[in-house]
Design a protein around this ligand. Structure first.
Ligand SMILES: [Zn+2]
Ligand SMILES: [Zn+2]
Length: 196
């Protein structure tokens, strides 16, 4: 569990990179729908105004203001909806690359959004699996819960040579018995060899 948490911390997700995960088609569809919605709202608004007042020239100042207000309302609704939909798109793609069930998580986030606002997303970010990472020896992508690299049999969960408890590659000393782990490479291969 400690290793899983460490892996997640190592990821250091950069916001810009994470944004790239949002499906492009979704962003373009939302942008297109937004333009359509603004145009429709303004046209309907103007049409209604025109219908109500028999002399449209009298109310020339008003429709422009009304159109602006209409566009503002549409923009506000569109921003909220778009952020929500793009967050769902992100969860789907992110769950997929982390070997979690993407449909289940997207649905969960979606359903929890109405009664509990963003709790589904918060839950997702708390429990999501760490990303696959390259094997330290052969740099094949390995799952965060793998014990050994499927390609080169490298021990991915090195243990302390003294107390045999699990340590992380970044540890200089064993967190349980203070064993010096700076000669860790040898220790790792020792453990790997003994399990062969
Ligand atoms: Zn490997
Ligand atoms: Zn130890």
């Amino acid at each position: 569990m400690r290793l899983i948490r460490l892996r997640r911390k190592i990821e250091k997700p950069r916001f810009r990179d994470e944004l790239k995960l949002i499906p492009k088609w979704l962003v373009w569809t939302l942008a297109f729908l937004y333009v359509v919605a603004v145009v429709l709202a303004i046209v309907i608004n103007l049409y209604q105004d025109g219908g109500q007042s028999i002399q449209p020239s009298q109310l020339r100042g008003n429709p422009a203001l009304a159109s602006l207000a209409m566009a503002g309302i549409v923009t506000g609704v569109a921003v909220v909806l778009s952020v929500w939909l793009m967050a769902l798109g992100y969860v789907y793609r992110d769950a997929k690359r982390r070997d979690m069930n993407p449909v289940l998580w997207t649905l969960l986030c979606m359903l929890l959004s109405w009664p509990f606002f963003a709790i589904g997303f918060i839950l997702y970010f708390q429990v999501r699996e760490p990303l696959p990472y390259p094997c330290p020896r052969c740099s094949t992508l390995v799952g965060a819960r793998f014990n050994f690299c499927p390609n080169c049999k490298c021990n991915l969960h090195p243990s302390c040579p003294n107390c045999k408890r699990e340590v992380a590659e970044t540890d200089k000393f064993c967190p349980y018995c203070a064993q010096d782990l700076t000669a860790k490479q040898e220790a790792g291969s020792l453990v790997a060899r003994s399990t062969e």
